[in-house]
Design a binder for this molecule. Structure first.
Ligand SMILES: Nc1ncnc2c1ncn2[C@@H]1O[C@H](COP(=O)(O)OP(=O)(O)OP(=O)(O)O)[C@@H](O)[C@H]1O
Ligand SMILES: [Mg+2]
Length: 427
C-alpha cells in the first residue's frame, strides 16, 4: 500500500525533540508514527526507550499489534512490560494517573513514544520531558484533539516556535487505506463537538448541549417485543435525586438500545428524604419481576448498594468515567441506536438541557454541568457499563451472575440465600 503525502511528509519532518501526530480517528497517524519509531530505534541515539499509553492494554491494542506486524514478528503478551528492539531496552508504561510518575522517575531515555498523548496526565508528561536526557533524545506522540485550552495544545502545539516541536494535523483523507464507504460510516458516527474533533481533527471547545443530536428520532412509543437483555443504570443521592433508567438491549434488532422506563425520586421536590431501605423497596417495585442482567450503580453509593443487594437485586459498580460514558451515549444517540420511550419525560427534559460546563472548558477540561443531571448520569452509567468499548456488538460479557457474585465477595457484602447458589429470581 502507498503512503499518503501527509504520511511521507511527517515521516521526513519528524526530526525535532517533540513530534506530534494529531487529528481525526483512523487517519493514519499511528501508522506513520510506528514507521518513524522503528527508524529511530535503528538510527537514533543509544539508550533506553519507553512506549507510553493510558494503560498497558491500550498500548497493546493501539500500538504494539500494528508495530510488531511491521517488524514481522508476534507482539509480546500484555503481561510483558519490557522488550529488546534493535539493541534498546524498550519499556511499556501505562500512565492512567499521576502515580505512574514513580515508574519513570530516575530513568534516562533516548526515545519515547506516547499514544493518546492528550489523555496522559500533565505531570507525567512534564516528568517524561525531563527524562529525555540522552543527547539527541526524541519524543514521538499521537493524539486525537481535545478542547482548545488543553495543556497539550496551549503549552506545546501552539508554542512550536519556542520549543523544538513539530505537529502534523491528520484527517481521514490522509489515510490511503480507508474504503470510501467506511469513511462515510465513521463520519456518520459523530456529531457536534465530537465531529469537529474526531472527523475534522480540530481542537474544538466543549460548549452547548452535550447530546446535540438528540431529536424526535430518539423517541418511541410503539410497543417492541421483549429484549434478550435488560440492565439498569442508577444514580444515587441522599440530598439529591435518586435516578434510574431501564435499558432493553437487543444487539440484533435496531434500535438496539431502548430506555423503556425511568425511576426518579427527588427528595427536595417531594420534601422528604427516604431511607436506603425505602428507596430500595421502591426500585424493586419499579422493576417488578423483570429479568435483569445487572443494575449498574454509582460506585460511591455504598449503603444503597447494600440495601439493593439485601433484596437480591444484581448490583454491579458502574463504569464511572464521565467522558467515556458521555462519548458512547452520544454516539449511540447520533446513530439512533438509542431510543427513549416518550413516557420518560424527566429523562427527556434533562437530556435537552444537559450542557457542557463553560468554565471547565475554558480551563481545558471537558465536563458536563452538574445541574439536573441525575437521569443523564444514570443513562451514562448504564451505557458505559454495558458497552465499555462503545460498540453495540460488544455488549459487556461480564454481565453475568459470576461477575456479580465476585463483586459481592469483594465488597464483603452479606451474601443472600439466593447468592448462595440458587437460580431464578432476577437473573
Ligand atoms: N499507508 C497505509 N497503508 C496501509 N495501511 C494504512 C496506511 N495508513 C494507515 N493504514 C491503516 O489504517 C488503519 C488506521 O490507521 P491508524 O491506526 O494509523 O490511524 P490513527 O490515525 O492512529 O487512528 P486513531 O486516532 O483511531 O488511533 C490501520 O489499520 C493502519 O494500519
Ligand atoms: Mg492511533
Amino acid at each position: 500500500m502507498n503512503w499518503s503525502e501527509k504520511q511521507i511528509l511527517s515521516y521526513a519532518q519528524a526530526t525535532h525533540r517533540y513530534n506530534i501526530w494529531c487529528g481525526s480517528v483512523s487517519a493514519g497517524k499511528t501508522f506513520s508514527c510506528n514507521h518513524k519509531f522503528i527508524e529511530r530505534l535503528k538510527n537514533g541515539p543509544k539508550g533506553d526507550v519507553m512506549v507510553i499509553g493510558v494503560s498497558r492494554p491500550t498500548i497493546q491494542r493501539n500500538v504494539l499489534n500494528d508495530l510488531y506486524q511491521i517488524l514481522g514478528f508476534p507482539p509480546p503478551t500484555t503481561k510483558t512490560n519490557e522488550a529488546k528492539l534493535y539493541g534498546h531496552n524498550v519499556y511499556f508504561v501505562g500512565a492512567p494517573d499521576e502515580s505512574a510518575m514513580r515508574v519513570i522517575q530516575g530513568s534516562t531515555l533516548a526515545l519515547a513514544y506516547v499514544d493518546e498523548a492528550a489523555c496522559i496526565p500533565y505531570p507525567f508528561w512534564r516528568m517524561l520531558e525531563s527524562r529525555l536526557r540522552v543527547p539527541g533524545a526524541q519524543l514521538l506522540a499521537t493524539c486525537n484533539p481535545e478542547g482548545p485550552a488543553h495543556w497539550l495544545k496551549k503549552e506545546f502545539i501552539d508554542r512550536a516556535g519556542d520549543l523544538d516541536l513539530i505537529s502534523f494535523n491528520f484527517t481521514l483523507d490522509d489515510n490511503p487505506s480507508l474504503d470510501p464507504a467506511y469513511k462515510e460510516s465513521i463520519k456518520k458516527s459523530y456529531s457536534g463537538m465530537w465531529y469537529k474533533r474526531y472527523i475534522l481533527g480540530e481542537w474544538a471547545a466543549a460548549h452547548g448541549l452535550v447530546y446535540d443530536s438528540f431529536d424526535h428520532l430518539n423517541l418511541y412509543d410503539t410497543p417492541f417485543p421483549a429484549a434478550p437483555t435488560y440492565v439498569v443504570g442508577m444514580d444515587y443521592g441522599t440530598t439529591n435525586a435518586t435516578a434510574g433508567v431501564l435499558l432493553a438491549i437487543n444487539p440484533r434488532q435496531w434500535p438496539q438500545i431502548r430506555v423503556e422506563e425511568e425511576f426518579y425520586y427527588d427528595s427536595v421536590k417531594v420534601g422528604r428524604s427516604k431511607t436506603d431501605a425505602e428507596l430500595a423497596d421502591d426500585v424493586k417495585d419499579w422493576l417488578k419481576y423483570k429479568q435483569l442482567a445487572a443494575i449498574y450503580i454509582d460506585p460511591a453509593a455504598a449503603s444503597f448498594k447494600l440495601a439493593l443487594r439485601h433484596l437480591d437485586l444484581p448490583v454491579v459498580d458502574a463504569v464511572n468515567d464521565v467522558l467515556l460514558g458521555v462519548k458512547h451515549t452520544s454516539k449511540f444517540m447520533q446513530q439512533k441506536n438509542l431510543v427513549i420511550h416518550k413516557s420518560c419525560s424527566t429523562l427527556i427534559e434533562q437530556i435537552q438541557s444537559y450542557s457542557w460546563d463553560q468554565k471547565a472548558a475554558d480551563k481545558g477540561e471537558d465536563k458536563p454541568s452538574k445541574v439536573n443531571d441525575h437521569l443523564c448520569d444514570a443513562l451514562r452509567y448504564g451505557i458505559a457499563s454495558a458497552f465499555p468499548q462503545g460498540e453495540i456488538s460488544s455488549l459487556d460479557d461480564n454481565i453475568t451472575i459470576e461477575q456479580i457474585k465476585r463483586q459481592m465477595y469483594a465488597d464483603h457484602a452479606p451474601l443472600s440465600p439466593f447468592m448462595g447458589g440458587g437460580t431464578g429470581g432476577y437473573f
